[in-house]
Design a protein around this ligand. Structure first.
Ligand code: NAD
Ligand code: UD1
Length: 346
């Protein structure tokens, strides 16, 4: 038995492969490398001591999926593959809908046809929009999403729900990630954004390593204690561990399947703690010993003041908890960046 990991060469995928190996799972990876590097897979092989079976191609390619399903005994899929840059999705909405929605539908259709009916899907806290409830529980209704990327996540959640409504064998876990940061503590794998980072932590680490001059803090007039935006940062290794726990929850163990809950299961994966932009800058400076120059810039369109979750449902149902704190997230992000100033091309 093996897990199909789509997008396994990416940031969260690579960290999850390491955790899957540690937990004794077999897996194969499908990735088209549109936003990742083959060196990332080699680094995972170095960490796990195992050769990875990798299929290079697109999730929408039915023939390739047939080949993967013929050559391997796949019993579940962790679906990371997707495009994720918010700004790019505003400029190229059709590319996002085609890749993240149509591609995922084609993949789901093939998996259903071939009887692979256990799926873990990378969703996002972005589906809550400007949340009605803080801390955000899974009961919080989805909100008004401000960009096409976010809508692709919400749409595919709905598609999985409708499909599960029509076929009681389909079990899908929708994992709503909060803000993944950090890196494997070895410093061998981490986040390697192309171009100017959109997200806060990679921007900070690139300032620290001298690639960018200073950070722009997007707004200091929010209704928060220091006026800057609050987010729920989660260490990527804790997030990766959430996927292993989700597999167990749906009865997929390394060597066998056991009876388990069916249908749609939704979990927030975050720490439950909010950290402001300036608090994160301070924590990073303390962890790295490097000063981060910044200035205050206007608010970024689409940003909300506060996003942090109540992660107790995942705690109770999955026996999962984020255990790495903000200092560890900063230390591991810095360790990765300073050892790999140019990412995987260092
Ligand atoms: P990433 O870009 O590092 O990894 C995604 C991987 O999918 C890449 O290796 C890319 O080459 C591959 N891919 C994309 N489209 C593909 C396709 N059509 N066929 C085959 N492979 C394809 O992103 P990540 O940060 O690891 O995120 C993984 C998933 O989690 C994504 O779906 C993302 O939207 C979601 N997510 C990420 C965050 C975050 O902050 N990183 C937050 C919430 C949700
Ligand atoms: C962003 C996306 C979200 C996506 C998530 C993960 C937007 C509006 N939201 O979330 O859809 O799921 O990334 O990819 O883009 N900040 C700065 N300066 C910077 C960068 C960020 O001050 O250079 C601030 C932001 O205003 C925010 C916080 O840092 O308050 C975190 O930003 P970011 O890392 O981009 O994550 P989100 O905005 O939460």
């Amino acid at each position: 038995m093996a897990i199909l990991v789509t997008g396994g060469a990416g940031y969260i995928g690579t960290h999850t492969l390491v955790e899957l190996s540690d937990a004794g799972y077999e897996y194969v990876v499908l990735d088209n490398f549109c936003n990742s590097d083959k060196k990332a897979i080699e680094r995972v092989e170095g960490l796990t001591g195992k050769k990875i079976k990798i299929y290079e191609g697109d999730i929408a390619d039915g023939e390739l999926l047939d080949k993967i399903l013929n050559e391997n005994d796949i019993n579940a899929c962790i679906h990371f593959a997707g495009l994720k840059a918010v700004g790019e999705s505003v400029r190229e909405p059709l590319m996002y809908y085609k890749n993240n929605v149509i591609g995922s539908i084609k993949m789901l259709d093939k998996l259903m046809e071939r009887g692979v009916k256990k799926i873990i899907f990378s969703s996002s806290a972005t589906v809550y929009g400007d949340p009605e409830i803080i801390p955000i529980t899974e009961e919080c209704p989805k909100g008004e999403i401000t960009n096409p990327y976010g809508r692709t996540k919400s749409i595919f959640e709905d598609i999985l729900m409708d499909t599960a409504g029509a076929d009681s064998e389909l079990t899908a876990v929708l994992l709503r990630y909060f803000n993944p940061v950090g890196a494997h503590e070895s410093g061998k794998i981490g986040e390697d954004p192309s171009g100017i980072p959109n997200n806060l932590m990679p921007f900070i680490t690139q300032v620290a390593v001298g690639k960018r001059e200073k950070l722009s803090v997007f707004g200091d007039d929010y209704d928060t204690p220091d006026g800057t935006g609050i987010r729920d940062y989660i260490h990527v290794v804790d997030l990766a561990d959430g996927h292993v726990k989700a597999l167990k929850k749906i009865g997929v163990l390394p060597d066998k399947e056991v009876p388990a809950d069916k249908g749609i299961l939704i979990y927030n994966l975050g720490t439950g703690r909010g950290t402001s932009v300036l608090e994160l800058v301070k924590a990073f400076e303390a962890a790295s010993g490097v000063k981060i120059p910044y200035d205050i810039a206007p608010r970024r369109a689409g940003d909300v003041a506060k996003m942090y979750c109540d992660a107790s449902k995942a705690g109770k149902d999955l026996d999962w908890k984020a255990v790495r704190d903000i200092d560890k997230m900063c230390a591991d992000s810095w360790n990765w960046q300073k050892n790999n100033p140019e990412g995987y091309n260092s």
